[in-house]
Write a protein that binds this ligand. Structure first.
Ligand code: HEC
Ligand SMILES: [Cu+2]
Length: 320
């Protein structure tokens, strides 16, 4: 739904994703609700001002001293209405951060002053982000320097992108086309030029685009090589003499930690496991893993995580 009132006047840009349609409905409902309340208050104010103006012959005898019923009504009705709006907005919000299991991960790395993206098959792009129409996507984002913020007005999504950690956001493009991508966190001299383009293509066209361009190894394949080069396999490979957990199918799996906590492994967890191994020690293992902070760059980290994700897929394929 768009709020186009006339061809050259619009309140919001055209919506290009399900997240935008949801937000527009919510914004419209809020506008109608608060507009109706404002109009009702205005009408009553004018009505009473005219009726009880000084010198009018309105009947002023027997003015009620209290009206508990009406006070309860005008307190409870807005309370319930706005709690309803709150619940509605909360559900929409959760959808941005709890993607469906089949959501396609795409990796975004921000740096002064550009947006870089990488797809799982290894295809990279700078200043552009190609996405398939109608498929839920999940962006896993980080920054190489300062805070940036990923903002696509047509999708009504905005997510801070921070150095030293992953943030992610999920949405489903619902209309093919090209959309503006902005950095919306002041990030230095050329912040205003940190622009990009999101290109939403029908699935077939997107699949073709993915395989075009220079041949490169997929992220998981590159990650596998890195996994050996950095010596991870020395401890984590099956048959290693070191007592270290198997990483097969780790992403999405519940993990029990030595301090009793339990969590579900996502990209951020794996990232921290590699860079700050002492933070979350897996139950039943000694904290002997060395930290790789400062040794592995952001893009290599993402590749290693993709390799770990792939081991899970290979696993399930074998079991089937
Ligand atoms: C010296 C052996 C050793 C090396 C080298 C090593 N690890 Fe570990 N790793 C461990 C041990 C032991 C644990 C479990 C204890 C802990 O969580 O610190 C672990 C835990 C992990 C976990 C969490 C596993 C889980 O089940 O939640 C991940 C992810 C991980 N390592 C990835 C890596 C990666 C990637 C590398 C290479 C960059 C690497 N490790 C190198 C020994 C090692
Ligand atoms: Cu920026």
């Amino acid at each position: 739904m768009t709020l186009n009132l006339a061809p050259h006047f619009y309140l919001l840009p055209e919506d290009g994703a399900a997240s935008a349609t949801r937000l527009d409905s919510l914004a419209l409902a809020l506008l109608l609700l608060t507009g109706a309340v404002a109009l009702a208050v205005l009408a009553l104010t004018i009505g009473f001002a005219v009726r009880y103006r000084a010198g009018s012959d309105a009947d002023r005898s027997n003015a009620p001293g209290q009206g508990r019923g009406i006070e309860i009504a005008w307190t409870l009705t807005p309370l319930l209405l706005f709690l309803g709006i709150y619940a509605w907005a909360a559900i929409d919000y959760v959808k941005l951060y709890q993607p469906p299991a089949d959501a396609m991960p795409v990796f975004v790395v921000a740096k002064q002053w550009m947006w870089k993206a990488q797809h799982r098959n290894g295809r990279r792009e700078v200043g552009e982000l190609h996405l398939p129409l109608g498929r839920p996507v999940r962006l896993v984002m980080t920054s190489e320097d300062v805070i940036h913020s990923f903002y696509v007005p047509a999708f009504r999504i905005k997510q801070d992108v921070l150095p030293g950690r992953y943030t992610s956001i999920s949405f489903t493009p619902s209309r093919a086309g090209e959309y503006h991508l902005f950095c919306t966190e002041f990030c230095g001299t050329d912040h205003a030029l940190m622009l990009g383009k999101v290109v939403v293509q029908p699935p077939g066209e997107f699949a073709r685009w993915l395989t075009e361009g220079p041949r490169q190894p997929g992220m998981a394949q590159r990650g596998y090589a890195l996994f050996r080069d950095y010596g991870c396999s020395g401890c984590h490979a099956a048959g290693s003499t070191v007592h270290a957990p198997s990483l097969n199918g780790l992403l999405g799996r519940p993990v029990h930690l030595a301090d009793g906590r339990e969590l579900r492994a996502d990209e951020a967890y794996v990232r921290d496991a590699i860079l700050v191994p002492d933070k979350d020690v897996v139950a039943g293992y000694a904290p002997i893993m060395p930290s790789f902070a400062g040794k592995i760059g952001e893009e290599d980290l993402l590749a290693i995580i993709e390799y770990i994700r792939e081991t899970g897929h290979a696993d399930t394929a074998e079991r089937r």
